[in-house]
Design a protein around this ligand. Structure first.
Ligand SMILES: [Mg+2]
Length: 296
């Protein structure tokens, strides 16, 4: 089998590069490795889409963080080409939600395993794999992406603390499968899978195989209350709190004036201007466990 290997073109040198070389070697023990050559990350989706259309892809392995998986999904949605995920990024929320191993060798082996089809979030042909966020959580995402320090999951914690002081609630209208909800939110998440922000279980009940999106809206609460609220998101217990509204549906329309900016899989996707829909079983992910495995 030929495996097309996608890595972050800006991964640079040092430890990150060594890990990617180790991934390459491990795959090469079993299969022919074809590195996908791109100069910029935003070329990943179009390149994979072109190769898939030409029938040139048997399997893609994405060694990177949630952002790289997001880019691969843009190219592979509805193609049937399986993608394996080797989570070597900052958050790794997609791998976490799908019960994929984090240790390098185990992750590579899983990335070459049997594919399981999961849903995606479709926003006018742009796809989200895990969670689309807007409001406060979107601000945190933007802030975290702009930080070069600290590394890893702590970056989100720092970004959260920095953004708490700048909290602006937004009034919006949610239409979920034709039912309307007028809300004022500090945080909105539309989840296909459970986790965002490096291990926060924002949509704890999300099932990426049930054909519906999980909407979690947090009321406008002051910074002090939100600071008490945030720790409960790591366990998923926040959904039992009175300031949280949970909705489920196949289609979600968010109306806000001006349109609300959103991030999907930690990547900026711009203002939400059309309906979000569940794209059933649109992406085949190697060794995915839609229930998240035992750790979720
Ligand atoms: Mg679902």
């Amino acid at each position: 089998m030929a495996v097309h290997l996608v890595t972050n073109p800006t991964a640079g040198a040092g430890r990150a590069r060594k890990r990617l070389d180790a991934v390459h070697r491990r795959i090469a023990e079993r299969d022919v490795v074809v590195p996908v050559e791109v100069e910029r990350a935003d070329e990943v989706g179009p390149t994979l889409r072109r190769l898939a259309r030409a029938g040139a892809l048997e399997r893609v392995v994405c060694a990177g963080g949630d952002g790289m998986v997001h880019l691969c999904a843009q190219g592979l949605a509805d193609t049937g080409v399986p993608v394996g995920i080797v989570p070597v990024g900052t958050g790794n929320d997609i791998a976490r939600a799908l019960g994929l191993p984090g240790a390098l060798d185990a992750a590579v082996d899983a990335a070459l395993g049997e594919p399981v089809a999961i849903d995606l979030i479709d926003h006018d042909g742009t796809y989200g794999v895990s969670v689309l966020t807007a409001g406060f959580s979107g601000d945190v995402n933007a802030r975290a992406n702009g930080l070069s320090f600290p590394r890893g999951q702590q970056r989100y914690t720092v970004a959260t603390l920095l953004e708490l002081g700048r909290l602006t609630p937004r009034a919006l209208l949610l239409d979920v499968d034709g039912e309307q909800h007028q809300l004022e939110v500090s945080m909105l998440a539309v989840g296909n899978t459970a986790f965002f922000g490096g291990g926060m279980k924002i949509c704890p009940e999300a099932d990426p195989t049930d054909g519906v999106l999980d909407v979690v809206a947090v009321d406008a609460v002051g910074p002090a209350r939100l600071a008490r609220f945030l720790p409960t998101v790591f366990s998923g217990r926040h959904v039992a709190r009175p300031e949280v509204t949970v909705l489920r549906g196949r289609s979600v329309t968010i109306t806000a004036v001006p349109p609300i900016d959103a991030w999907a899989d930690g990547e900026f996707v711009g203002p939400i201007t059309s309906t979000l829909t569940a794209a059933p079983r649109a992406l085949a992910v190697a060794s995915a466990r839609p229930d998240g495995g035992s750790q979720a």
